[in-house]
Design a binder for this molecule. Structure first.
Ligand SMILES: Nc1nc2c(ncn2[C@@H]2O[C@H](COP(=O)(O)OP(=O)(O)OP(=O)(O)O)[C@@H](O)[C@H]2O)c(=O)[nH]1
Ligand SMILES: [Mg+2]
Length: 175
């Protein structure tokens, strides 16, 4: 059987990764530990347009400089498992701090879709984000979401599936 395409959720602590993970996988999830570590690992299956994808909820980290156990786990996963796409979940109310991790993941060569989450909080604080400019600057799709209310998730799902499809075409061309 063909191995399922994998989606990793990465982001700062409290950005909304697990909320998004639950939205995508629903009841089709499994909680264990990362091999040999006491850090929780959540995996699940996302079904979209007749396709099954494996989703992994990475530990929340501010960077991937590999000092803490969480950073090592997240970094090793991206480097060694080559997920088809890394969805970086960003707290829009703390954009600058959150973008540090996004740029690190982009520098690792991963395919990235940015979920600009907590847009409700950002709005209530009067923070305005130029999404198109951000997407151009990062070279990645940026989708505004409110994960806790299911807002923006249809667009996010479409962006994730499209990015996986594109990367599949690219790797087929080379391999
Ligand atoms: N206002 C608001 N709250 C949100 C949003 N998304 C998630 N939350 C809430 O934010 C809190 C943290 O969400 P989690 O999904 O647990 O965050 P996480 O990234 O998994 O956190 P760690 O696993 O600790 O790194 C929860 O109380 C969520 O209900 C959002 O878009 N807006
Ligand atoms: Mg979580």
């Amino acid at each position: 059987m063909e191995k399922l395409k994998t989606i990793a959720l990465a982001g700062n602590p409290n950005a909304g990764k697990s909320t998004l993970f639950n939205e995508l996988t629903g009841a089709r999830q499994h909680v264990g530990n990362w091999p040999g570590k006491t850090v929780e690992k959540k995996e699940g299956i996302w079904q979209y347009k007749g396709q099954d994808y494996q989703v992994v909820d990475l530990p929340g980290t501010y960077s991937l400089t590999a000092y803490s156990l969480e950073e090592v786990i997240a970094r090793d996963y991206i480097v060694e498992e080559h997920p088809s796409v890394v969805v970086t979940v960003v707290d829009s109310a703390n954009l600058e701090r959150n973008l540090y991790l996004v740029t690190q993941i982009l520098e690792m060569g991963a395919k990235v879709v940015v979920a600009l989450n907590m847009t409700d909080l950002a709005e209530s604080r009067g923070i305005k984000i130029d999404v198109e400019k951000l997407a151009l600057g990062l070279g990645a799709q940026v989708i505004q979401t409110v994960a806790s209310k299911g807002k923006g998730l249809d667009s996010l799902k479409e962006a994730i599936a499209a990015t996986i499809q594109q990367s599949g075409e690219t790797s087929n061309g080379i391999a």
